[in-house]
Design a protein around this ligand. Structure first.
Ligand SMILES: *Cc1c(COP(=O)(O)O)cnc(C)c1O
Length: 511
């Protein structure tokens, strides 16, 4: 093991489990199995469709395997790409077919009269209470609507109101491109120059942005900043920003503070209301498993319920919406930011997954108050516990690889070391309180990543690649297992060994 503080709570829990398991080491499959058997939320995996190894294989690999029939590929794949597209709940097709049934048998009447008690006019009411719990908001502060970038634009239309003295947007320098394009377009729409864009970068040689650096910029330039908007969990590095500290600092300087929670929602416990965040948005196809392009969401803190916004009929008072009055009466809260009737098929696809999150919350301890039994803790509580341990387990396994290097020991650009095989580091913060479940692995030389990524696929391990040089592994507590983490770490080691032997020259298909 590289030098590291091995006394953290995750290490301690794993050490205790190791002695109880009778396994010989952390990388003993018996140990991973022991952890899976003692995982109280493990039953939830059965609620999802898990891809098979053969569907994860590259085409070349499939042909080769087909020829020698060494492996039929029927084993479950190790799916670690839930940060990009969450897996499909088994209940999704059932809910979709119920809606198709109502549509086919009742037509337009389904808006009011619905065989499954989900009249379409109020379909959002089936998901907003769950969403509110997941993001830590009051139900009136969330709306299920639109798409992520669309919602970011909607919120910026309300919250980015630049003035000649306060017109800047502060954001992370390597923001998801869509967000950066969106910020730039709002600056341009208001006829400000690109100098109004204020990106913050990690220090030279570092991969995460230090909170102290963010707070210092806010302190120094806050008077000129109109909106601060960070990805809550950075999509590339996996860094979970200190949302509360950033919000507090921004408010002290009179800035509006929002977050793009695309990689945070369903991944880390959020308290958007208590942290005082002004606005937030998210997509639902990543950790919320609502399917490709699924319906997104937004949060507007109750203090802004009267903020000016764009109008459409779905933001109008439900009681009189269908009377089509000529004057506009907004719904209270975030619901008033809606414009259009939502896609019902998309909403129920999200519902299928939210019901599983709700079931996960049943693993929380309960307490009785005023004669009511309530859950104690955040809805993600039990999942977060597993997430911290499983990601910590994967991290320890990866860092014990002989191909692992500490971040500062990996040359930034390393064409010169090409002959020596490939190495990797982890650019995600090692402190569990600064990350969700994702670990981002940076390879050197960066060109080795594609070969290794394909090789991993041939081992039935699907991560998520970000050129240049990064593979993201996201063990998702709802459906991944400790055995998945071990299989991924072993497959990575064998892939790097093969790369060293074969120089990455040939096809990456043999495992
Ligand atoms: C996934 C993601 C997007 C994608 O935007 P869509 O509008 O859903 O296509 C945008 N921003 C961030 C930060 C993301 O993680």
């Amino acid at each position: 093991m590289p030098a590291r503080d091995n006394t953290g709570p995750v290490e301690q829990r794993l050490a205790r489990a190791l002695s109880a398991s009778g396994a010989v080491s952390l990388s003993d499959p018996k140990f991973a199995k022991y952890l899976d058997q003692n995982d109280k939320v493990a039953v939830l995996r059965d609620q999802f469709n898990i891809p098979k190894k053969r569907t994860v294989w590259t085409e070349a690999c499939r042909q080769e395997r087909g020829a020698d029939k060494v492996d039929d590929g029927e084993e479950d794949a190790v799916y670690l790409a839930g940060n990009s597209l969450g897996l499909m709940p088994k209940r999704t097709p059932e809910l979709l077919s119920e809606e198709l049934h109502v549509w086919s048998t009742s037509g337009v009447l389904g808006h009011m009269d619905h065989d499954y008690q989900r009249p379409w006019v109020k379909i959002d009411e089936h998901v907003t209470p769950y969403l509110a719990e997941i993001v830590g908001a009051q139900p009136s502060e969330v709306a299920c609507m639109g798409t992520l970038t669309g919602n970011l634009h909607t919120l910026f239309t309300s919250f980015y109101q630049p003035t000649p003295t306060r017109h800047k947007i502060l954001y992370e320098g390597k923001a998801f491109p869509s967000d950066a394009y969106a910020f730039a377009s709002h600056v341009a729409l208001h006829d400000y120059s690109p100098e109004s864009l204020l990106p913050v970068y990690p220090r030279d040689g570092e991969h995460s942005i230090r909170t102290e650096d963010i707070l210092q910029i806010i302190e120094e330039k806050g008077d000129s900043i109109a909106v601060i908007c960070f990805g809550a969990v950075q999509y590339y590095s996996g860094q979970w920003f200190d949302m509360e500290a950033i919000t507090k600092a921004g408010h002290a300087k009179g800035c509006i503070v929002g977050f793009d929670c695309a990689h945070a929602v369903g991944n880390v416990p959020l308290k958007l209301h208590d942290w005082g965040i002004d606005f937030a948005c998210w997509c639902s196809y990543k950790y919320l498993n609502a399917g490709p392009g699924g319906i997104a969401g937004l949060f507007v803190h109750e203090r802004w319920e009267h903020r000016k916004r764009l109008h459409g009929w779905w933001g109008h008072d439900k009681e009189t919406r269908f009377a089509m009055p000529s004057s506009y009466a907004p719904l209270p809260g975030a619901a008033g930011w809606q414009f259009s009737n939502p896609s019902v098929l998309d909403v129920v696809a999200l519902l299928a997954s939210l019901q599983i999150f709700d079931a996960a919350a049943n693993f929380l301890p309960r307490e009785e108050a005023d004669g009511h039994v309530t859950r104690r803790g955040h809805v993600l509580g039990a999942l977060r516990e597993k997430s911290v341990d499983m990601t910590g387990y994967l991290e320890i396994l990866l860092r014990s690889s002989r191909y692992y290097r500490e971040p500062d020991a990996l040359a930034p650009s390393a064409a010169s070391t090409r002959t020596a095989g490939a190495r990797f580091t982890i650019i995600t913060p090692l402190d569990p309180s600064q990350r969700g479940c994702q670990l981002s692995l940076l390879f050197e030389p960066v060109e080795s990543m594609d070969w290794i990524f394909d090789r991993l696929r041939s081992c039935g391990v699907l991560g998520d690649e970000r050129r240049p040089g990064v593979i993201r592994f996201a063990p998702v507590p709802l459906y991944n297992t400790y055995s998945d983490a071990l299989r991924a770490a072993l497959a990575l080691d064998s892939s790097l060994e093969a790369y060293e032997k074969e120089g990455g020259g040939g096809p990456a298909n043999r495992a």
